[in-house]
Design a protein around this ligand. Structure first.
Ligand code: NDP
Length: 512
């Protein structure tokens, strides 16, 4: 085995919700891939736990089928058998003490069988309503041990982490009764993406970008996290969430933080997360009554075509209340009140059923102070320089600038310099979950969300939610009817109101 690789230490990994979608689509393929790369040690065990009754054999065959369906690598039957002997399953209930006592006994057995040195990781891959019962019972069954005697106990917890500031604080307080903060690994899978990690390398590993990455040179920043599909069959779940909870509080806030943060003193968990929290704290909260109206737009998609198929409008989707005010699109003009960014708007938007599936960050620079080519500018409407960090798909970085079109005339045309990951490195990026699982196994929490990060992100989002609730109450009081949100056509870039948000400041969204 290659000694330079980051090989995980001996460990028993307990996956709660092992029968579920995330476990089958992401976690098991990620574990198998780590195994095939020699990044798991010989002494590891995976113990699935859920209410569905499987035997070890049935669980192994579920995992095998999942790998066949979802893994981007072919299942190699010769090493599958070696991998499978590390997989176990225990059926049980998430709120039954006896199930957790049995779990504790099972973990002890695996510890002895695989010499895992008392190291345990508990992965909560279940709906959030069982996060609290599971952690309480882990504690009661003696499984929530504080790190000691050179062994470790860690908890990996999936999103959603709360549904507003109060519930997030409440969940944090609960977890802290049983685990220390440095035992808790809150996942935002965006941070496992190579392209997201590369934002820091691009900014701080190069000398030429950082000096212009500020209010003196940048006109505005736009962050788009667009999905092309509608809600599909997930109406019941989505109607309780909405775009701001589902995407902005976590993924979009993380992209804002990485784009806007100051350089950390080193690349370690504390230094990086300190700087992310600092910049999130600088985001202007929208506490004043009515303030959100001028800065945030929400909308729902109507009936229309997606990928050549007609989809029902959001309000007609099964599981969605006919008078729902849950947004499927949100655009927010964020103001970051610090020395670097004061006066530079960060326009962020995310939505379902949009024109494309795409995540990108556009940093749009100020125009030159003096245009020598005024006539040309009038004729060609020369756009500003722009750096685009394309997170997905076609991962890459693009720099747009102006060039003289060959010929006797002074014609100016925007051109781009393009870097594409696939072309430059000739290999696919690892799946986000692979990287995050390995980091959690290695005890590196840099790419996980710290308590204060989660709470400050929720604080800013909760100010918007409060303002929206005020609008809804006002509508009911004055018209006697529930508020109707603006709509947008599926396959578009959102409602006209989102365009107006930028047009009011003489700008427009970068749509491509
Ligand atoms: P599932 O709905 O598939 O649930 C996982 C398992 O939890 C189920 O197999 C089921 O197992 C158990 N479960 C489901 N509903 C309940 C319930 N009401 N009470 C108790 N147990 C229940 O969820 P996912 O696997 O999709 O997601 C797991 C977590 O990961 C969630 O927090 C989700 O938000 C998050 N997540 C998921 C992503 C995905 O792509 N799926 C992406 C990002 C985050 P059993 O009935 O056998 O006990």
């Amino acid at each position: 085995m290659n000694k330079n690789k980051h090989i995980a230490p001996p460990v028993t990994l307990v996956v709660f919700g092992a029968s579920g979608d995330l476990a089958r689509r992401k976690l098991m393929p990620a574990l198998y891939s780590l195994y095939r790369q020699g990044l798991l040690p010989p002494d590891f065990a995976v113990l699935g736990f859920a209410r569905t009754k499987y035997s070890d054999e049935a669980f192994r065959s579920l995992v095998h089928d999942s790998l066949k369906e979802y893994s981007d690598q072919e299942v190699d039957e010769s090493n599958w058998a070696d991998f499978a002997v590390h997989l176990f399953y225990q059926p049980g209930s998430y709120n039954d003490r006896a199930s957790f006592d049995a779990l504790a006994a099972h973990v002890d057995e695996l510890d002895a069988q695989f010499a895992t040195e008392g190291n345990r990781i508990f992965y909560l891959s279940t709906p959030p309503m069982v996060f609290k019962p599971i952690t309480t019972l882990l504690s009661e069954a003696g499984l929530a041990r504080r790190d000691s005697d050179g062994s470790f106990t860690r908890l990996i917890i999936e999103k959603p982490f709360g549904r507003d500031l109060q519930s997030a604080q409440d969940l944090n307080r609960h977890l802290h009764q049983h685990f220390d903060e440095d035992q808790i690994y809150r996942i935002d899978h965006y941070l496992g993406k190579e392209t997201v990690q590369n934002i820091l390398v691009f900014r701080f590993g190069n000398g030429i970008f950082e000096p212009i990455w500020n209010r003196n040179y940048v006109d505005n920043v736009q962050i788009t996290v667009a999905e092309s599909l509608g809600i599909g069959t997930r109406g019941g779940y989505y109607d309780q969430a909405g775009a701001i909870r589902d995407m902005v509080q976590n993924h979009v806030m993380q992209l804002v933080a990485l784009t806007a943060m100051e350089p950390p003193v080193s690349y370690d968990a504390k230094a990086v997360r300190d700087q992310k929290v600092n910049v999130m704290r600088s985001i202007q909260p929208l506490r004043k009554v009515g303030y959100a109206e001028g800065c945030v737009v929400r909308a729902q998609y109507g009936r229309g075509m997606v990928d050549g198929q007609e989809i029902p409008g959001y309000l007609e989707t099964p599981g969605v209340a006919p008078d729902s005010t849950t947004e499927t699109f949100v655009a927010w003009r964020m103001q970051i009140n610090n020395w670097r960014w004061n006066g530079v708007p960060f326009y962020v938007r995310t939505g379902k059923a949009m024109a494309k599936k795409l995540t990108e960050i556009n940093v749009i620079f100020k125009r030159p102070p003096l245009m020598f080519f005024e006539e040309v500018d009038n004729k060609f409407h020369i756009p500003s320089n722009e750096i685009t960090l394309r997170i997905q798909p076609n991962e890459g970085i693009h720099l747009r600038f102006d060039a003289k079109r060959p010929g006797p005339e002074l014609d100016v045309e925007p051109v781009t310099m393009d870097f594409l990951y696939e072309e430059a490195f000739h290999r696919e990026s690892a799946e986000a979950y692979e990287r995050l699982l390995l980091d959690a196994l290695l005890g590196d929490s840099t790419l996980f969300i710290r308590r204060d990060e989660v709470e400050v992100a929720w604080d800013r989002v909760t100010t918007v939610l409060d303002s929206w609730r005020g609008q809804e109450e006002e509508a009911l009081r004055t018209t006697g009817k529930p508020l109707r949100l603006p709509t947008y056509a599926p396959g578009s870039w959102g409602p006209p109101e989102a365009d107006a948000l930028l047009a009011a400041e003489g700008r427009r969204w970068r749509n491509r």
